[in-house]
Design a protein around this ligand. Sequence first.
Ligand code: PRP
Ligand code: URA
Length: 209
Amino acid sequence: MQPNVHIMDHPLITHKISMLRDEATNTKDFRQLVYEIALLMGYEATKDLKLTDAEIKTPLMTTTKKVLDQKVAIVPILRAGLGMVDGVLDLIPAAKVGHIGLYRDHETLRPVEYYCKLPSDIPSREVIVVDPMLATGGSSAAAISFIKQRGAKNIKLMCIIAAPEGIKVMTEEHPDVEIYCGALDDRLNEKGYILPGLGDAGDRIFGTL
Ligand code: PRP
Ligand code: URA
């Protein structure tokens, strides 16, 4: 596996993804699990955020201690990525949130853009793109190209389940992007769904099955 691809093996993440896969998991629980997984993955994916020295006055003395030196933007790919935003925001409440709307054309499986609104200072932010599913990789690769066109340089992708096909596309098109996945599945089916996967993430998060 390429050095910029990180497959999480934390037992809590693995367990929660198994619950997500279960077709008996209802919308409410599915949404809650996506939130919890995003929070756990976000903790891991932010472990290289830069720190700087700051003077802190405690009740007893003044001291120099480390504080965050990097501003963050979270960019969900609509719709399903929305389910992961709050988990990361709970870790980094000062983060800004941009949105990219893409859907996969069911015939061609190619992403179609319908919305893009990003923070104007995105070039100076560490960008965390969130989408539960990395299938063909078309949506994530296109979203990251838009974000790069707006000047962002530090970009990470967090996805809950990835297919090998999506990892290949992402690492070929965006070798500079660190990819964090909760699980690496077997393959895609003929309709571009991840196997064994969890089905349609957007429909399961929003109850539109
Ligand atoms: C899903 C998913 C990803 C995309 C992954 O979105 O949330 O964005 O498919 O597939 P890819 O890697 O082959 O591009 P979908 O297009 O179903 O839209 P939705 O979130 O609005 O349901
Ligand atoms: N999008 C989904 O929501 N699920 C898949 O398995 C593939 C793409």
